[in-house]
Design a protein around this ligand. Structure first.
Ligand SMILES: CC(C)(COP(=O)(O)OP(=O)(O)OC[C@H]1O[C@@H](n2cnc3c(N)ncnc32)[C@H](O)[C@@H]1OP(=O)(O)O)[C@@H](O)C(=O)NCCC(=O)NCCS
Length: 109
């Protein structure tokens, strides 16, 4: 956790969620406490990540997103790039690599 240096959102001094942004634009972890779900904590964290990504002049940011978090990432402009199956102790879990581009590609003419 310390190695990925996440941002922590707090409500009245209590941690409500956390999210990180790695130097290549990868979001390793993005979690909001169920106690504080659907109150904009995730959106506040995402805004901070997007500000940091623009400051670092990243072309895009991306994450491996669980099925339950897909609608949230889609709401924030991410699209599915690839569907993945990850084997964890005999169980197959599905997630999707989702990416949001931050710069417009310019036409050459
Ligand atoms: C996904 C997650 C980060 C959303 O955090 P949140 O603070 O509840 O999100 P917000 O309140 O900012 O939601 C913003 C919008 O995203 C969408 N959204 C968020 N959670 C959703 C859900 N469970 N289903 C459908 N849409 C959802 C909605 O459009 C929502 O707007 P609305 O509440 O006005 O309808 C949080 O539910 C979570 O931590 N989930 C489990 C962990 C996880 O899978 N993390 C991803 C691994 S990378």
């Amino acid at each position: 956790m310390e190695a990925i240096a996440p941002l922590v959102a707090e409500i009245e001094g209590e941690p409500a969620g956390f999210a990180d942004l790695q130097t290549d634009g990868y979001i390793d972890m993005f979690f909001v406490s169920p106690r504080h779900a659907r109150r904009g904590v995730g959106t506040a964290l995402m805004r901070r990540l997007l500000d940091a990504a623009r400051e670092a002049a990243l072309a895009s940011i991306y994450s491996n997103v669980s099925l339950t978090a897909e609608p949230f990432f889609a709401r924030h402009g991410f699209t599915v790039e690839r569907c993945n199956e990850v084997a964890v102790r005999g169980a197959v879990l599905r997630n999707a690599t989702m990416r949001r581009r931050l710069v417009e590609t310019r036409s050459l003419d």
